[in-house]
Design a protein around this ligand. Structure first.
Ligand code: DX5
Ligand code: ZN
Length: 230
């Protein structure tokens, strides 16, 4: 099965107007977003709280493309069915979230979603070695999860390179999450990433009533990647 490794920009609605998620999702898709990245935080696995499956279900009708749900919660397994029913296309859980990540990946696929596994910056690439035949996406955190607007951690670029080599020709996306902008995007794409999550770098300067900056910000990231890869 061939996987489309073309560049995909996935704006994180963590940087959107929380009072207006539906319109924000529509605005970023109209402005060129490929996927919509949805950050779920529990105040336990990470030091911040966002929202849960009901919010995901509420925004689902406002997203035409891929709803990419990033679970920063522990435990994960009791909530998988709820996020799948809410319409998540991809459900990503952290390898650090519990002792049974293998079972978690099985459960995500059994619920009918694509399975993603995320690694915190301190977690080595080898931690997902025995999961690679059962996942659709590996998410490399390039900040410590919990908040938008943090600085990109450069040591993670080498981890992306290692994962790309480990993955070989398996149909697995490599997603980057945290501190992605026009400066850092080319580094991770060159190392093998194809899905770029970006919160602050996409939403900065725009709003639902003035969405053009979203499009310009997405284009700036895309152009920066293109100009360094051709
Ligand atoms: C961090 C979240 C990210 C975050 C990215 O915990 O998982 O998706 O919103 O935001 P920026 O692009 O601002 O680093
Ligand atoms: Zn995220």
């Amino acid at each position: 099965m061939a996987l489309n490794r073309s560049l995909k920009i996935a704006p994180s609605i963590l940087s959107a107007d929380f009072a207006n998620f539906g319109a924000e999702c529509e605005a970023i898709e109209a402005q060129g977003a490929d996927w919509v990245h949805v950050d779920v935080m529990d105040g336990h696995f990470v030091p911040n709280i966002t929202f849960g499956p009901s919010t995901c279900a509420a925004i689902r009708p406002h997203i035409k493309g891929v709803m990419d749900v990033h679970l920063m919660i522990a435990p994960v397994d009791p909530y998988i069915d709820a996020f799948a029913k809410a319409g998540a296309d991809v459900i990503t859980a952290h390898v650090e979230a519990g002792p049974h990540i293998h079972r978690t990946m099985q459960a995500i696929r059994a619920a009918g979603a694509k399975a993603g596994v995320a690694l915190n910056p301190g977690t080595p690439a080898s931690s997902v070695e025995y999961l690679l035949d059962m996942v659709d996406l590996v998410c490399v955190m390039t900040v410590n999860p919990g908040f938008g607007g943090q600085k990109f951690i450069h040591s993670q670029v080498e981890k992306v390179r290692q994962l790309r080599a480990m993955i070989g020709d398996r149909p697995i996306h490599i997603e980057i999450d945290g501190g992605v902008d026009a400066t850092t995007a080319p580094l991770v794409v060159a190392a093998g990433a194809d899905v770029l999550v970006a919160g602050s770098a996409v939403f900065r300067g725009g709003s639902v009533s003035n969405p053009a900056p979203y499009g310009a910000n997405i284009k700036a990231i895309r152009d920066a990647v293109l100009s360094t890869t051709v």
